[in-house]
Design a protein around this ligand. Structure first.
Ligand SMILES: Cc1ncc(COP(=O)(O)O)c(C=O)c1O
Length: 436
């Protein structure tokens, strides 16, 4: 009998099932920097997991492994290998406090965090000596931070955001009790500039806080910062705040030849990018960057932990800055340029493949989000897709290969009732600056 029957992952990698949870990747690629030392710190009281519980973990591991391939509807890159870093999970790291000011808790990775932020500052054209930031738990926290700064600076301000904005933003605004107005979106996902202009004009006695999408969740649309700043100029508004939600596209636009306006050079005050999206990570993470003078308005000193309290969370993840640092060092600008161009090429391939089959798929410029009419329930049973009203999308993240795209388009088209594609063609927006 073959050794590991019943444990598909163990069979596949030819390792003992009980070792599956000890990170398949670590075992296959022992951390090279440890040079034969123990891979994980030994513990005094290791304990033993009851066999039934161990089996549950094995099942979960197999489920995760199987779902990786069909996960194409969310912007999470699954193609990474951080196994060299796993030994650091043996320690109680904590990045509490301001990454630039240190803390009494010295088991931290502030030094690595600062290097990560310096790379992002370069990607986002932040003013070299006048930016501040930290590694967050994800895009949502970065957006909350930007809106917090904006509200502290303009307590009476009104936040404008489009209806295509991520759902978490309305929640943040409720939490902060900030006045806000939702603006209509265009069919391609960008904010409706006429509606924005009119809304700001009607409330021009208070500072506008514009929450701009740099890559919307469903359509990958980028709100035009030049147009938004033009609206302020036309209305003679000199005091305003611009936050950029660049959750996914913040790791795309630095690496393309013709980026839309999106960064500090284009006038933003703060910006949030997710780390687990294009870079990819086993734990959610992200970065927030802001102009330094804005952060100085909110800083408070806390003696107990010897920190300057500038971050939203108190205790902060010390491992995720290492993950981001590792990915940035490993790939560098050149590596990410290649990764992003690969994703964009596969996105265009997906659009063309759909169209050859009569399905009106499309994407925005510089976007890896391919939009198509909502797939059938049958298709969504096999594939992990995020539908919204009458559309669905796939994101050609690094793990979404040409073969996966072909298989999905096949499944999608086979599930369509005859004649359905023509009837659905009206879903294609008229105003989209479609990718060439
Ligand atoms: C445009 C946009 N903003 C914010 C978020 C929230 O980011 P996170 O899930 O990293 O908190 C997402 C998530 O998909 C997003 O697409």
């Amino acid at each position: 009998m073959p050794p590991y029957v019943g444990y598909p992952v163990a069979e596949k990698w030819n390792i003992h099932p009980s070792d599956v949870m000890l990170s398949t990747k670590t075992r296959l690629n022992p951390p090279s920097f440890l040079h034969g030392k123990a891979q994980m710190k030994p513990h005094q009281n290791p304990g033993h997991l009851p066999p039934a519980d161990r089996r549950r973990l094995e099942t979960l591991f197999d489920t995760f492994s199987e779902l990786e391939r069909v996960s194409i509807g969310y912007p999470c890159n699954q193609d990474w290998d951080y196994s060299e870093l796993y030994p650091f999970l043996s320690f109680v790291g904590n990045n509490i406090g301001d990454p630039y000011r240190g803390s009494n808790y010295r088991q931290n990775t502030h030094e690595f965090e600062r290097e990560v932020l310096a790379d992002f500052a370069e990607f986002t054209k932040a003013p070299p000596d006048n930016y501040w930031g930290y590694v967050t738990n994800g895009g949502t926290e970065g957006n909350m931070y930007g809106l917090y700064l904006a509200r502290e600076i303009h307590p009476e301000g009104i936040v404008y955001f489009s209806e295509d904005t991520h759902y978490s933003v309305a929640k943040i605004l409720r939490l902060q009790h900030t006045r806000n107005i939702m603006i209509k979106s265009r069919p391609d996902g960008e904010i409706d500039y006429d509606d924005l202009r009119e809304s700001i004009r009607l409330h021009r006695d208070v500072p506008p806080i514009v929450f701009a999408n740099i890559g919307t969740t469903m359509k990958g649309a980028v709100d035009n910062l030049d147009t938004i700043r033009g609206i302020m100029d036309d209305l003679a508004i000199s005091t305003y705040y611009l936050h950029a939600d660049a959750a996914l596209s913040g790791m795309i636009l630095p690496f393309v030849a013709d980026p839309q306006p999106w960064n500090f050079a284009d006038g933003i005050d703060s910006l949030s990018i997710s780390g687990h999206k294009l870079i990819g990570a086993p734990l959610p993470c992200g970065i927030v960057l802001a102009r330094k003078q804005h952060v100085e308005r909110v800083a408070r000193s806390v003696e107990y932990v010897g920190v300057l309290d500038t971050t939203l969370s108190g205790s902060r993840n010390a491992f995720t800055p290492l993950l981001l640092w590792y990915a940035l060092r490993k790939h560098g600008r050149e590596g990410f340029t290649a990764i992003v161009h690969g994703c964009l090429s596969r996105a265009e391939y997906a659009v063309q493949l759909f169209r050859e089959r009569g399905v009106e798929a499309w994407r925005n410029r510089n976007s890896v989000t391919v939009v198509f009419p909502r797939p059938s329930a049958e298709v969504m049973e096999k594939w992990i897709i995020a539908p919204h009203k009458d559309i669905g999308h796939l994101l050609t993240m690094p793990h979404v290969t040409y073969e996966i795209i072909e298989e999905f388009v096949d499944d999608y088209c086979q599930a369509l009732p005859p004649g359905a594609t023509k009837a659905r063609a009206k879903l294609r927006p008229k105003t989209t600056a479609r990718a060439r």
